[in-house]
Design a protein around this ligand. Structure first.
Ligand code: HEC
Length: 133
């Protein structure tokens, strides 16, 4: 994870209504499976109007090969704890939700979160042939 300086503290102390300054950039560098070489870079940029999703190549340029997958980004990120920001692993990604809310009846994982997170890993892997984040 790489963050622009202004975004750094906000990200580390992430809260639900965290207020990232305009111009904040958060990058997640994916690794190629097997080789572990740097792969596509997922980027979230805070602009005046909204957050902008991008997939960059290893040179930092927008990668047209992944343009089609950009419409997938907000689907997951709208469900992030500090939407659209997930933050560091301690803030539960969707898949962990059911584990943190044990049901008294013992029926675990039948409702909600599981269905939302089920398609996640393959969707993330697809755009880049890179290791899932
Ligand atoms: C299938 C669900 C899913 C999709 C689709 C998805 N993401 Fe994410 N993303 C996550 C999760 C979960 C995290 C937090 C865990 C991690 O960092 O890997 C995350 C983290 C990130 C981060 C690190 C900042 C943060 O939120 O903490 C960036 C940047 C990011 N994603 C960009 C993108 C971009 C750009 C796209 C579209 C090309 C995208 N994501 C599509 C689930 C998704």
């Amino acid at each position: 994870m790489r963050l622009s300086p202004a975004a750094h503290a906000v990200y580390l102390g992430l809260v639900a209504d965290a207020d990232f300054p305009v111009g904040s950039v958060i990058l997640e560098v994916l690794r190629e499976e097997g080789t572990n070489l740097p792969g596509p870079v997922l980027a979230l940029e805070r602009t005046e109007a909204d957050w902008v999703y991008q997939v960059l190549d290893t040179e930092g340029r927008p990668d047209p090969a992944h343009a089609a997958s950009l419409e997938l980004c907000p689907r997951c990120h709208a469900a992030a704890p500090a939407a659209p920001i997930f933050g560091l692993p301690r803030s539960t990604p969707p898949a962990a939700d059911s584990a943190s809310a044990p049901s008294p009846s013992g029926a675990v994982g039948v409702d909600g979160p599981a269905s939302r997170s089920a398609p996640a890993p393959s969707a993330v892997g697809a755009p880049g042939s890179a290791g899932a984040p």
